[in-house]
Design a protein around this ligand. Structure first.
Ligand SMILES: Cc1cc2nc3c(=O)[nH]c(=O)nc-3n(C[C@H](O)[C@H](O)[C@H](O)COP(=O)(O)OP(=O)(O)OC[C@H]3O[C@@H](n4cnc5c(N)ncnc54)[C@H](O)[C@@H]3O)c2cc1C
Length: 379
């Protein structure tokens, strides 16, 4: 059989954005080819902490989060034929100080303005929702429709479904550049030669910036190192998603009892592991996350940490993604810069991308504030 080199659409990056969009486009009858430099789910998509959260999001991306929670997550397991362990039992974001309350109130006010069901509650009300919390907690924000899911199962579920729909995945091929012919991008240059398609979706995490640069497009995205730890399995204590105003940690208790907790030490930019494509964890981070959790949940102090892992955020300067057709480069659609919170919105992002690529604009969900050209230079 001849090796596949052309398609209707080439997707660069086999993360949850690439896999879920491939699935949606194939359902529309398009011939889709995904190019992935390592293996499917190599990036943040299989390394994240599973938060499916609307609360504490910028109102500019809330339409994606609210659409995904209302319309896609509840039936995703059925749609993909795999249990993605979606649990919708709310997100509580905790505060210990007056400064924390200020942060929580500001988030809450912004979100309620655009119709999200989120409110401030007292420390005692928080302890009614979850009795294991420290007495030091003085307030919290509470969003009952938030939740969490299993990132591996969701990402690989989309991958399997895309395969079933006839999508071709080529792994171990690194995209180096894009090239235009007669003003339209159609060539994808890789370390394994050239692939061609009239439409190209660039969703390769932080590496998207360098690839976009090759056709004169720049988006202020840099990579940021983050980690997750997992504990031994404990008897079921709670189903909610946890966050804290100060950002020391976030996470949840998984289906089988382990706590999955993400965070960073605040010093990771200066550590030796923050180099190359290294996924080695840093000795400072797990203790930092653990000290954080012990302040809020002293009862977890003897729980053993069994594993840690790391991943890169594609951090955009305004902490929001770019999801758009690039006007100056016909044929190119971009979706990156998810800034550490793309998993929860991914099922809705792929719907928006599908509409961008097949109808020229996102009709179902308002992504008008997530354009690639929203950034202003100094002068
Ligand atoms: C530690 C951690 C915790 C997180 N926690 C949460 C959370 O709780 N909730 C939440 O909503 N989000 C969370 N996120 C963010 C979330 O994981 C991402 O926003 C989301 O997975 C982005 O998906 P993606 O498909 O755009 O990117 P990725 O999953 O990074 O996929 C990009 C793919 O492109 C490939 N690639 C890169 N360069 C090239 C190239 N040159 N050629 C070919 N392929 C290439 C990569 O190998 C990768 O597989 C977390 C992220 C991390 C790292």
């Amino acid at each position: 059989m001849l090796e596949k080199r052309t398609a209707d659409v080439i997707i660069i990056g086999g993360g949850i954005m690439g896999c879920s969009t491939a699935y949606r486009l194939a359902k529309e009858g398009l011939d889709v080819l995904v190019l992935e430099k390592k293996e499917i789910g190599n990036g943040g998509s299989c390394r994240n902490a599973g938060g499916v959260r609307q609360s504490a999001r910028d109102p500019k991306e809330l339409p994606l989060a609210m659409y995904a929670v209302a319309n896609i997550w509840p039936t995703l397991s059925e749609e993909l034929g795999v249990d993605v362990e979606y649990v919708q039992k709310g997100n509580i974001r905790l505060g210990l100080t007056e400064k924390d309350i200020g942060i929580l109130e500001a988030h809450t006010a912004k979100s309620t303005k655009v119709g999200l069901d989120v409110k401030m509650i007292s420390g005692d009300e928080a302890r009614e929702i979850c009795p294991y919390m420290s007495k030091e907690i003085i307030a919290a924000s509470w969003c009952p429709t938030d939740g969490h899911a299993n990132p591996l199962k969701a990402t690989l579920g989309y991958y399997r479904k895309a395969l079933e729909m006839g999508v071709t995945f080529i792994t171990g091929v690194r995209v180096l550049a894009l090239e235009k012919v007669a003003g339209r991008v159609c060539k994808v240059v890789t370390d394994d030669g050239v692939y061609e398609a009239p439409q190209i979706l660039l969703c390769a995490g932080y590496e998207s910036r360098a690839i976009a640069n090759t056709v004169g497009v720049d988006v202020p995205v840099e990579r940021q190192f983050n980690e997750v730890l997992v504990t031994e399995a404990m008897p079921k204590m709670f189903d909610i998603m946890l966050g804290v105003a100060g950002g020391e940690f976030y996470g949840h208790q998984s289906e089988h009892g382990s706590f999955v907790l993400g965070g960073n030490s605040g010093l990771q930019a200066f550590t030796s592991n923050n180099a190359g494509e290294n996924f080695v964890t840093n000795p400072l981070t797990a203790p930092s996350i653990s000290r954080g959790i012990m302040r809020y949940f002293p009862c977890l102090k003897d729980v053993k940490v069994v594993r840690t892992w790391s991943g890169w955020y594609d951090q955009c300067i305004d902490v929001l993604p770019v999801i758009d057709n690039v006007k100056e480069v016909p044929g190119l659609t971009v979706a990156f810069g998810f800034s550490g919170h793309g998993f929860g919105i991914s099922p809705a992002v792929s719907l928006a991308i599908k509409e961008l690529m097949t109808e020229g604009k996102s009709k179902t969900i308002d992504i008008s504030q997530l354009t690639y050209d929203r950034f202003k230079t100094k002068s």
